[in-house]
Structures are given as structure tokens and as C-alpha cells.
Design a protein around this ligand. Structure first.
Ligand SMILES: C[S@@+](CC[C@H](N)C(=O)[O-])C[C@H]1O[C@@H](n2cnc3c(N)ncnc32)[C@H](O)[C@@H]1O
Length: 259
């Protein structure tokens, strides 16, 4: 989804003024359907606003409608062998290294954790959801080890092969890190407040709005400090840039990631 900030803010304000937003919910099923319903109302509202403004605003809205896709990404294709999925997340990991993304994400996470440690002086715990190749969890563990910060990091994903590979790398590099097989929107009953931070990086767009709402609601139960979601800013640059990087790496199936 392209961002259209001004039109989006106005659409949100209109939904607030209608008195129906934010809605209440009683169960995770209701949260999921209510969120999907509101996002669809939000997009309709934004369309009308962009239409009224006209010009570049409406053109961008039309472009977004043409490009936006809820198609399943190759990585989530249930029929793709896990070894091929691993190649895809490893290519993404190379891309993240090339673009120097991990140091930026690690700095952000450590700034939050160091605040906790200064205030409470205890060991802290991080759960990363949908961690793919495990590149971020590995980078975070390496930096924390370098700074001698007391930390336990758990990476997780729904693909068993990623978990085996992550645990192999963590053991090889002797890092304070383990990987567990977890479905991000159906987490087990961890004891309340098990984690200081729950993190999801570059995976938010793999979930429907309703699924994301469930993930964030669950994190409130399990997390003491914050849920941190990191993803690409959906712009014309990203729409063109991701497919370009994908083709340069010889993996055109990445192209959907920019849309
Ligand atoms: C684009 S990759 C991002 C991986 C990693 N965070 C990164 O930045 O390289 C999306 C990841 O989401 C995972 N995923 C998709 N659905 C999931 C679910 N229901 N629970 C956990 N992980 C899931 C995929 O297996 C994949 O590893």
C-alpha cells in the first residue's frame, strides 16, 4: 500500500469523527474481522478524499489500487519446498546486509533495551517473530555480546528449516540466541510478561491487517516494554526498488515484496 500521508490522516480523522473508531472487540476473532473491516473502510474513505483533491493525489491513489496485492508471496507458498524458501530468506538476508539495515535495527532495539537495563538492572529478553534467516536476531545477539549486555534472544518462524538453520548458526557463533518454531498469530501461552521486547521485522506485510492486530494484541500480554514492528515505507521508490534488487540477485519471486 502506498502511503498517501495527508489523505490517509484525513481518512483516519473522518473515521474517528464518525464515532465508530477505535472500535471495541471481545475476542481475537472479532478483533481480526473488525480490523479488516476498518481497513477496508479506511481505504474507501481515502479514495474519496484523493478523488476530491484530484491531480497527483488521485493518480497515486489509482496507482496504489492497481499495484496493491493481497497475493500470497512465494515465501508463504505452502507448496514451495523448505529448501527453496531458505534460499529466498537467505537472499533477503544478503540484501539486508548490503543495505546496512541490521546495524540500524539493532541500534533501535538496543536503545530500548538499555533503558530497561539502566532502570531495572536485570537480564532482558527479546522474541523475534517471523525471523526468516535469523539475520536480525543474530546481529542483535552479536552486538549485545560485544557490549556485554545480559540478554536472551529467541528468534522464531513458521518454517522448521529456518529454525534448524538459525540454531545451527547460533551454536556455531556461540551467541545467546535460540530459535523456536512459532506461528506468529497463534502464540503459545507464555507466562505473562515473558519478554521485554517483541519484534517483527520486514514481515508485517506478510499478514492481513486483522492478523497483525491479533499479533500486536497478543504481544501486549507477553511483552513488558514494547512491540516493535519494522517494515519498508511503501513508496514509489520501494515499489520499483525491491523488484530491481530481486532481479539483480536473480530471484524475481521477491518482486511482490515491494507491493
Ligand atoms: C519477508 S520474510 C522476513 C524474514 C526476516 N524477518 C527478514 O527480515 O529477513 C517473512 C517471514 O515471515 C514468515 N512467516 C510467514 N507467516 C508466518 C507465521 N504465520 N508465523 C511465523 N512466521 C511467518 C516467513 O516464513 C518468512 O520467514
Amino acid at each position: 500500500m502506498l502511503q498517501l500521508i495527508k489523505e490517509g490522516n484525513q481518512a483516519l480523522e473522518n473515521l474517528r469523527l464518525s464515532g465508530d473508531f477505535p472500535p471495541s472487540w471481545q475476542s481475537m476473532e472479532e478483533l481480526e474481522s473488525t480490523t479488516d473491516h476498518f481497513i477496508s473502510r479506511f481505504l474507501d474513505e481515502r479514495y474519496h478524499i484523493a478523488h476530491k483533491i484530484g491531480g497527483g493525489s488521485f493518480l497515486t491513489e489509482l496507482l496504489d489500487r492497481a499495484l496493491r496485492t493481497a497475493d500470497t508471496e512465494c515465501m508463504d507458498d505452502g507448496t514451495l519446498p523448505e529448501s527453496e524458501k531458505l534460499e529466498l530468506v537467505q537472499a533477503l538476508d544478503r540484501q539486508n546486509h548490503t543495505m546496512q539495515l541490521y546495524p540500524r535495527y539493532v541500534a533501535l532495539l538496543l536503545s530500548l533495551l538499555e533503558k530497561v537495563q539502566r532502570q531495572e538492572g536485570r537480564k532482558f529478553t527479546v522474541l523475534e517473530l517471523a525471523s526468516g534467516s535469523g539475520g536480525l536476531a543474530l546481529a542483535l545477539a552479536k552486538e549485545a555480546q560485544k557490549r556485554e549486555l545480559p540478554i536472551t534472544i529467541t528468534g522464531s518462524d513458521i518454517v522448521p528449516k529456518f529454525i534448524d538453520e538459525g540454531n545451527r548458526l547460533a551454536a556455531e557463533k556461540q551467541l545467546p540466541l535460540n530459535f523456536q518454531l512459532l506461528n506468529a498469530f497463534d502464540l503459545p501461552e507464555f507466562p505473562e510478561g515473558s519478554f521485554d521486547l517483541m519484534v517483527m521485522s520486514q514481515s508485517l506485510h506478510h499478514f492481513t491487517p486483522g492478523q497483525l492486530a491479533i499479533i500486536i494484541a497478543q504481544s501486549a500480554k507477553h511483552t513488558k516494554t514494547a512491540f516493535v514492528g519494522i517494515d519498508g515505507y511503501r513508496s514509489i521508490l520501494l515499489t520499483g526498488g525491491v523488484p530491481l534488487m530481486a532481479c539483480l540477485q536473480g530471484i524475481p519471486s521477491f518482486a511482490l515484496d515491494g507491493l
